[in-house]
Design a protein around this ligand. Structure first.
Ligand code: NAG
Ligand code: NAG
Ligand code: NAG
Ligand code: NAG
Length: 530
């Protein structure tokens, strides 16, 4: 707990637009856009092609120049790939374009720009009242590796851990169920050697704690993602997070409730990306059912201490893109709807809003410039609407964030949820029928008798019946998102509305309506310019 005088100073700084360390409460109400710096934007904005396993040239200045794209989509925080100096070698698994191959913790990665560029980016975010989360690697330092074991490491090249004594002796991680093995041995020795730091020793842990404290304060960082947290000894994590003094999300790649939730129940980490839901959520759109998703949510609600501090995601830089297994745009829209309106901190990985479809690493790291930063793309428009709705619901009532969502329907094809205090609740129904889905009606609970309700993706209206249910008109596999008309006042969402009804003939499925609206907008703009 920080002294209250610091909190007051922190609040004052935030108001002044200078930014300040942010705690868990503040992060829970945010919505995070995840950026891989090398793949987001180049300083000169150019869009020449590049190789997936080499540097593509994205920079901090490039990101700074393109913050409107993120903010206009309603995001209130940005998570970026690691910022410290990496190895320069070309390896059998490519170059260090992603930033995860640290060699010097005290030098910024000049591939991404200068110290001044980085500070300008942080200031730029804070002036927009957006928070910055930085990814940090503390499990290991890295050297190029010729694949001859044991790896020949030149420890003198590392700063600060310039001696063998700071590392675990080489062994390859082979036992993925045995913490001793996967925490003390070296991860994935191929092309690069991930020299495993002995984080259980005071020499290493004191140094990393002092480093992160300096890093956060020198650069006004608001939050951290701790890479490979599961591969670091338990005792290290809470001390490190405390030294950082900001909210931290630690990567625990596990779909098993006990393995994930223990990090919260034992107070090791405040938050983790929600891998528990990631697997059944993805599965539901790949031949599975929403019943499994509902089941794991129940487990997490009782097993974890704080599901609101989990990062709600369906894509990141490590996993194949959602669309890599099924390109149907309606399925992707349903998945996006879920993660933005679910309990937890929505986290969208760059390119998801452009319906990128890259498979495993490095193909899931497509440069965003390939999309032309298209703000009229259907998934971009959807994301903007849902972020706007969530941000507004939080503004109306801070209770929105931590009001536990209630599943109102979960069957093989549907998942419907209600969240938020009565009066400003948001109810959504997702389905896995795809854009070829049939047309039908179904009752959905979550409102009060005679409530005037708006479906915000199609801008249709419906009145709740005496039992508080509304009729959802389902077709083309589209998601449906409902809130009371009064909740939308002042948001600009759905200013034009029509009564809800069955599909009109000639409708072209998800994205068609928004696409048309945007096209009309563009035509108007063109008229004014002439
Ligand atoms: C988090 O920070 C806010 C101000 O930014 C403060 O009101 C709140 O009490 C803090 N919460 C905790 C748990 O420290
Ligand atoms: C390390 O172990 C993995 C299995 O976890 C195996 O696939 C890989 O070949 C091993 N690599 C080396 C260099 O021993
Ligand atoms: C932060 O700044 C201090 C003072 O200049 C410096 O000694 C320290 O090494 C810096 N820490 C990091 C991580 O850059
Ligand atoms: C949706 O769920 C049903 C029932 O589990 C399943 O048969 C179908 O394959 C799923 N659809 C998709 C696109 O995965």
């Amino acid at each position: 707990m920080r002294p209250s005088v610091l909190n007051v100073a922190g609040a004052a700084m935030a108001l002044a637009g200078l930014g300040s360390a942010a705690n868990m409460t503040e992060w829970k109400s945010r919505s995070i856009y995840q950026v891989m710096i090398d793949r987001y934007a180049r300083t000169d904005g150019s869009s020449a092609e590049c190789e997936a396993h080499l540097f593509c040239g994205g920079t901090w200045a490039g990101l700074m120049n393109k913050l409107d794209y993120i903010q206009d989509m309603g995001f209130t925080a940005v998570q970026i790939s690691p910022i410290v100096k990496n190895i320069e070698e070309h390896t059998a698994v490519g170059d260090a374009y992603h930033g995860y191959w640290s060699v010097d913790n005290y030098a910024l990665n000049d591939r991404f720009g200068t110290r001044d560029d980085f500070k300008k980016l942080v200031d730029g975010l804070h002036k927009r009242d957006m928070l910055l989360m930085v990814d940090v690697v503390v499990n290991n330092m890295v050297q190029a590796f010729d694949n001859v074991v044991p790896p020949k490491i030149d420890y003198a090249k590392f700063n600060p851990f310039n001696d063998k004594k700071y590392f675990h002796p080489y062994c390859n991680v082979t036992e993925w169920e045995d913490p001793k093995n996967y925490q003390d041995c070296w991860l994935y020795p191929y092309g690069v050697a991930l020299a495993d730091l002995a984080t259980e020793t005071p020499a290493v842990s004191d140094e990393l704690n002092s480093w992160v404290k300096g890093l956060v304060s020198n650069y006004s960082i608001d939050g951290l993602r701790i890479d490979a947290a599961k591969h670091i000894n338990d005792e290290f994590l809470p001390k490190f997070a405390k030294a950082a003094g900001v909210f931290s999300i630690g990567e625990v790649l596990s779909g098993v409730t006990e393995d994930m939730c223990r990090y919260q129940t034992l107070n090791l980490l405040e938050g983790m990306p929600n891998y528990l839901e990631y697997y059944p959520l993805t599965a539901a759109f790949n031949g599975g059912t929403f019943e499994d998703l509902a089941a794991i949510r129940n487990e997490a609600a009782s097993g974890c201490t704080d599901v609101f501090a989990l990062g709600s995601f369906v894509e990141n830089h490590d996993m194949p893109r959602f669309a890599s297994t099924n390109e149907d745009p309606a399925l992707a829209a349903n998945a996006m709807t879920y993660i933005l309106l679910n309990d937890g901190i929505p986290t969208v990985y760059q390119g998801q809003e452009q319906h990128f479809k890259g498979n495993g690493t490095p193909f899931n790291r497509e440069p965003l410039w390939e999309s032309g930063y298209d703000k009229a793309a259907p998934m971009y428009v959807l994301t903007a609407t849902l972020n706007k709705l969530r941000n507004h619901a939080i503004k109306l009532s801070a209770d929105y964030v931590e009001s536990p969502s209630e599943v109102v329907l979960a069957d093989t094809n549907h998942f419907c949820q209600r969240k938020g205090p009565s009066g400003s609740q948001v109810v959504f129904c997702i389905n896995n029928k795809s854009s070829k889905g049939d047309s039908y009606q179904m009752p959905v609970n979550g409102f009060e008798a005679n409530d005037e309700v708006v479906e915000v993706l199609g801008c249709t209206t419906v009145t709740a019946s005496v039992d508080g249910s509304i009729t959802a008109f389902m077709y083309d596999g589209e998601p449906r998102v409902y809130t009371k008309a009064s909740t939308l006042e002042g948001t600009g969402i759905c200013q034009e509305r029509k009564a809800a009804g069955p599909k009109q003939s000639g409708g072209a499925g998800f994205g068609a309506a928004t696409g048309t609206l945007m096209a009309v907008g563009v035509a108007w703009a063109a008229l004014f310019l002439v």
